[in-house]
Design a protein around this ligand. Structure first.
Ligand SMILES: NC(=O)C1=CN([C@@H]2O[C@H](COP(=O)(O)OP(=O)(O)OC[C@H]3O[C@@H](n4cnc5c(N)ncnc54)[C@H](O)[C@@H]3O)[C@@H](O)[C@H]2O)C=CC1
Ligand SMILES: O=C(O)C(=O)Cc1ccc(O)cc1
Length: 280
């Protein structure tokens, strides 16, 4: 195992941004992607040293291997990597953690530690990646009892070196938190856009507020379909809770209960203003 070699599987927005950040810190990056053009571009830019053509031929030489593909693609890749990489740490960046962590426990992959950067954009692919994406961002890691303390420390140190604020959290709690703050909002955002139904007159006048609340609906459909399936149970519970909330608002509106309607908006304003004022 070579201390400064990192393997990135999936050189898109997140994999590319990690590659650029690690390269800046002096690591040598090797990469695998089904889309060879992304890797060729990264090699031309001097970000990636070598393209891996077949994961079944992976050498056990990487200090860290990052799986950065849509979440339903991650598990077969973890299966392949873990049969080859026995010394280095394998991690992922997927937006859901229960699925992959359970797989790692069932298959006794003790060198796998789940991870998830809480930073990103609605853009898709390597061309939108940038080295500062994770600087100052929270980054969840979801170690299990199988993991060695020194491996957890090594991963934390690596992530902190690119500016991440690392938070250790249980994988089930992770999926609950992200369902509330990320997965349900993406479902709602896409729903609001789908309400327009490509109607020209709506699209023409959809302005600032509409664009603010729906920016994230320009994200990768493949990525969000995978996340939805992978966090199905949490998401189903939250969709029910959200429907209930809308139903309550509907009841208040039907009866023109001014206080209830006012409270709906006031409560949201107070909570959101606190979140925004807490930002650095
Ligand atoms: N986009 C975002 O803001 C964030 C995304 N994530 C997670 O990061 C992961 C990657 O997302 P992005 O980089 O945004 O997506 P992306 O679409 O920009 O990049 C994914 C890359 O993986 C490659 N790929 C897909 N399937 C593959 C396979 N089977 N084998 C090898 N390569 C494959 C694609 O060709 C592409 O280059 C996802 O699991 C997502 O949940 C986590 C935090 C933020
Ligand atoms: O574009 C945005 O603001 C996002 O919401 C990015 C994002 C997408 C998926 C994640 O798991 C984490 C962050």
């Amino acid at each position: 195992m070579v201390r400064n070699k990192i393997l990135i599987v999936g050189l898109g927005l997140i994999g590319g941004s990690l590659a650029k950040a690690f390269k800046k810190c002096g690591y040598e990056i090797h990469a695998y992607d089904i889309d060879k053009s992304a890797i060729e571009k990264a090699i031309c830019e001097g970000v990636v040293k070598e393209r891996i053509d077949d994961l079944n031929e992976t050498e056990d030489e990487y200090a860290f291997s990052f799986i950065c593909v849509p979440v339903l693609e991650s598990i077969p890749i973890l299966g392949k990597l873990s049969s080859k990489i026995k010394n280095g740490i394998i991690t992922d960046v997927g937006s859901t953690k229960t699925h992959i962590c359970k797989y790692s426990i069932e298959h006794k992959i003790a060198n796998f530690i789940g991870g998830h950067p809480m930073a990103g954009t609605e853009k898709i692919g390597y061309k939108y990646s940038f080295d500062e994406l994770f600087n100052g961002a929270y980054y969840f890691i979801t170690p299990t009892e199988m993991n060695r303390k020194e491996d957890i420390e090594k991963l934390k140190n690596l992530l902190q070196s690119i500016g991440c604020k690392v938070e250790e959290v249980d994988y089930v709690l992770h999926d609950k938190i992200t369902a509330v703050i990320s997965h349900l909002p993406h479902v709602v955002s896409a729903g609001l856009v789908n309400m327009l139904n490509s109607n020209e007159i709506y699209c023409k006048f959809a302005g600032g507020g509409f664009k603010d609340i729906t920016r994230i609906s320009s994200s990768s459909p493949k990525m969000w379909a995978d996340i939805s399936i992978s966090n199905k149970n949490m998401l189903l519970e939250l969709i029910d809770a959200y429907i209930e909330l809308l139903k309550n608002f509907k009841t208040s509106l039907k009866s023109e209960n001014y206080n209830e309607i006012f409270n709906y908006f006031e409560k949201a304003k107070i909570i959101r203003d606190t979140i925004v004022s807490d930002e650095k």
